[in-house]
Design a binder for this molecule. Sequence first.
Ligand code: GCU
Length: 330
Amino acid sequence: MVALKKNTLTKLATAVLAVAASVNVYAATTLKLSHNQDRSHPVHKSMQHMAELVKDYTDGEVKIRIYPNAQLGTQRESLELLQNGALDMAKSNASELESFEPAYGAFNIPYLFQDRDHYYRAMNGEAGQQILSASYDKGFIGLTYYDAGARSFYTSKPINSPADLQGLKIRIQPSPTAVRMIELMGAAPTPLAYGELYTAMQQGVVDGAENNETALTTARHGEVAKFFSLDEHTMIPDVLVIGSKVWDKLPEEHQAALKKAADESMMYHKDLWTKMTEESIQEAKDKMGVEFVEVAKQPFMDAVKPMHEEALKVPAISKYVEIINNQAKI
Ligand code: GCU
């Protein structure tokens, strides 16, 4: 009797284990994705769209759980977690990524892109695609780019020319290219994490910052900086990245689904970006009293001109800069 029971139990346990194992094969993979923007930011919405597409394309086998507002750490911390295998995906930007993978520095050169079309040709072309895979050995690869508009200065006074920047402390991201740019324009570069910037501006730790218009509303920077001067010095893409090991572990069909969803969300984001940037500008003007200042760009361009020649001498970025320059309209 006892023997029979044991036997039955063993059989049952084996069956349970077998079911568990088979379930495991098809169990959903949930990828954790960290970023530092608010839920109201267009890039959050575009990544939600991407997550829905991935779920759809994989019949629910790959899910993405998005953690906004730097809940899992600053952009830098997220990249470090990703490299250690404690996080699967992150949305960062080329400025932040430059210190992890120098190739991203190519995108951070001021006045590199003529306009938005040139920017898209670069992202979708050889340079953009090669840079996405350049960082494999650093523990992550890029999946796609998200439009983040053009970056301009915002402070408590209009910045009509580089002369108005003299002596100001301007917050930047931790990027060597940003440091060089701000120095050439005559201001003092102050690296800070994005989440610390509101308070730093409010308390006068820095005199101003530079970013696209959505920062005024989604990060409420328009409450503490009332002049947005449209010098549009850089067009720095946001970048969606995934850990190299996480990527390698995904079956090929899941990799393909993820890449397809990421690419599609890039183009979904393009329209959303246009629409939501216009809404941000309106909200910043009407509800926050922010003034948008049109400026002559030439003096800003002249100040950073040396960076174009310098870039062609840096091996990590020169070939990409050449490709991008050749994609300009003649
Ligand atoms: C942009 C970008 C963020 C980045 C921020 C910054 O908003 O989308 O990824 O953190 O600039 O200036 O830090």
